[in-house]
Design a protein around this ligand. Sequence first.
Ligand code: NAG
Ligand code: NAG
Length: 388
Amino acid sequence: MFPLFFTTLLLVLASSQAWGKLLIDYHGGDAPSKLGKIELERFSLGDHVSAGKGGNDVFIKSENDNALGLPALHYKRSAHFRRAEVRMLDHEIREGKTYYVGFTMRLTNSRPGLVFFQWKKADKFVSPRQNIPFHMEFVGRDELTLGYTTPGGNGSQRKPVWRGKFSTGNSTAHIHKVAFAINTKNDGSGWLEFYLDGVKQTFDNGQDRLKNVYLFTGRTFPKLGIYRGEAARGNERNRQDHTFNSYVYRVQISDRSLDEIAEAGGLDGAGKPNEPEPEPTSTKSPKPKPTKKPKPTSSEEPAPTTTPAPEPEPTSSDDTSSEPPSSSTTTDPEATLAEDASPTTTPAPSDPSSCKDKKRRREERRSRKRRSHKHKRRNNKHKRGLAQ
Ligand SMILES: *[C@@H]1O[C@H](CO)[C@@H](O)[C@H](O)[C@H]1NC(C)=O
Ligand SMILES: *[C@@H]1O[C@H](CO)[C@@H](O)[C@H](O)[C@H]1NC(C)=O
C-alpha cells in the first residue's frame, strides 16, 4: 500500500512538472481566463466593453462551434465594433528568448483590414516606437499578409513581409493551424519563423527565417482574436461583411521548443484539416508532414539584411490619436470591392471531386476527428489520473 501511494505521489510530482512546461495550454471549452484577458471595444479606440456586457454584438465565450460540433472559444464582433481579442502573457514575455506560439482556429469570413493575431507592444509610445511588431492582416478576401513594423518613427512603419491564402468559412476545411517561433533578442539579431498548416513558410525575401528583426522593444505579448476590418462610421452597407466569428480550438505557447506546440500549431504530422483526402485506393492515409524539420533553435546566421536599426527618438508629435486608422476606417473599402449580392458567403476552395464525395469525406474526417478527440481526452484523463 505504501509503495503504491509513494509511487503515485512521485508520478504526480513528475507529471505536474511536465504539464507545467507550457506557458499556455488552452483547449476549446476552457474558461477564457485560461487563455488571458478579454478585450472588447466599440468603434473608438479605448471605448471598452466589459466582458459579457456586449450582448450579441461583441463577445468572447466558451461554447461549442455549432457548425462543426467542436468545443471552442467563440469570438463574435459585429460591424461597428473594433476589437474582440484575448491578451495573452502580458508582462510575461522577456527579451533574449525564443517563444513558440501555436493555435488552431477558424474564421467565418475575412475582408481587408481584418487582423486575427498581433504580437503587440503595449507601451507603443516608448522609444523606439513599434506599435505592433508583427501581425496577421487580410488585404483581400482570404488574402493574408504577415506585416512587420520597423521600429522608430511614428511606430507604424509596417509592411508585409509574407503573403498567402487563408481560407475562411464554415466547414472543417477552414480550420487552420498557425505556428510562430519568435526570437526576442533586441540587439538586431532577433528573428521570426512562421508555419501555416504544418508547412514552414517562406518570406517575401526568399528566406524561411525573417532575420535581424526587432520583436521586443518594450512590453510585448501576443493577442488572438478579431481586430479591425470594421465598417466605417455611418456605413450601413454590407454589415454582414464586417461581422466576424472566430473559433479557437487550441492554443499552446512555450518558451522551450517547437515540439511543445506541435499539436496546436499543426506540426505533429497530423495534417492540416483542409488537406485534400488521399485517393481512396490507399489503405492508410499518408499524413502530410511539414516539408522541413523545423530547427528554430539552431545557431544564428549573421546575415546582415536591410532591416534598419531602431531609430533614436522620434521627433514627430503625431499619433496623439494612438493607432493609425486601418484602411477600413480611412477610406471606404466597400468602394473598391464589388458590391456582390451575397457578401457573406465565401466561396469554398475548389474541389474537383463530386459533391457526394466531398460529403462522404467530410463525414470521414469528422468521425476521425471525433475519434482522435475522444482518444486524446481519454489519454489526458488517463495521464492526469495515473500521473504519467
Ligand atoms: C507612419 O509612418 C509611415 C512611414 O513613415 C507612414 O506610411 C504612415 O502613414 C504613418 N502613420 C501615421 C499614423 O502617421
Ligand atoms: C457562416 O456562419 C456564420 C455564423 O456563424 C453565418 O453568419 C454565415 O452566413 C455562414 N457562412 C456561410 C458561407 O454559410
